[in-house]
Ligand binder design. Sequence first.
Ligand code: SAH
Length: 390
Amino acid sequence: MRPRKAQPFFGRHPWVRDSGIDKVIGKVEDGDVVELISDKDRFIAYGLINRNSHLRVRLYSWDPEAKLDHAFWRSRLERAIQMRRELGMLREDSGCRLVYSEADGLSGLVVEYFAGHLVIQITSLGMYKQLEQIVALLEDLLQPKSISLRGEAGILKLEGLEIEPRVVSGEVPAEPIELVENDLRYEVGLSEGQKTGFYLDQRDNRRVAANIIPAGSKVLDMFCYSGGFALNAAKHAQASHVHGVDGSGPAISAAERNAERNQLTNVTFEKADCFDYLKARVDAGDQYDAIVLDPPKFTKSRRTIDEALRAYFHINRHAAQLLRPGGILVTCSCSGNVSRDEFQMMLLGVSQKSGRDFRILEQRGAAPDHPVSATCLESEYLKCFIASVG
Ligand code: SAH
């Protein structure tokens, strides 16, 4: 490390950028294990290097005795799995995030569990080089029915990495499998071409929102995907009617099948652009008792933060206009680059501009199988505020 650059890494932050590194000693290939040492020659941590990435070294072990060998990866995976097991989340018929990258000390690796099947997402070259080992360990620790691999194109490009989605172990059913969450059944497509997936991070927020939404409500679920919030409101809040809207055709079809699967007749879905849809409802003078806003990431970088905040402002403003006095707003942001404070300031702006009083009832994050690392706060991304709009 360069002088005076090592402090955050002694403090266990896992991302070493190029600017902090003085030199690389010895012959190393991208993806290799390296030892991070201070300018005074003190050991800091073991990590994996990738000169193609702006995250030049990702750190995993701060213990000089704990090298990044088979036993190390095994114990990290065991610890991640054990925590979910103790949280009661490893159930045969349900889903959870088994490994969440930095938050589980495994930067670049996400593993999700869907009723006995595993889906691995790799976002770093170093982790990709460990793939075979990780697959073998997961097989050994969990005996999953299948393991498949997915890549997130955007991040992979930053890492100079290409990953062909494929099945790496067992057999993936051609038909969607069923997942139970909050007493509701969902189809989840695991095979190539289905790729419906499921957002596990909103599990508890869906349930809490349904607890707060009064019985008999008319509810609008914007960016509904396969119907998570909508179905919880329809079943657990006993809404009089829920309407879910999403821009994706396959998501809407899955949502409709999910409603049927749960024999819910008080919920309908529609494919539409949510920005247009909200505006049309405002123009028509419609009113709702509760509205859910769970849009996709509006920004992937700090550079476009203002645009993202404007987009959040825009949809939240429209939602406020559509809510009856005392109506419930469930508003989310999964943009890691937008901080909790910034999101709250955006809501303050909406309250001021619309002359409506926002009373915040809940300020939530992701479910506990998506923990936040205290030494890598970048692992916090999901904000979910539930407010009564006066
Ligand atoms: N609320 C969902 C998750 C939403 S993910 C749940 O609980 O599972 C974000 C969704 O926004 C995706 O399904 C995506 O298809 C949809 N989306 C993105 N941009 C959109 C737009 N402009 N209009 C409508 N839907 C959009």
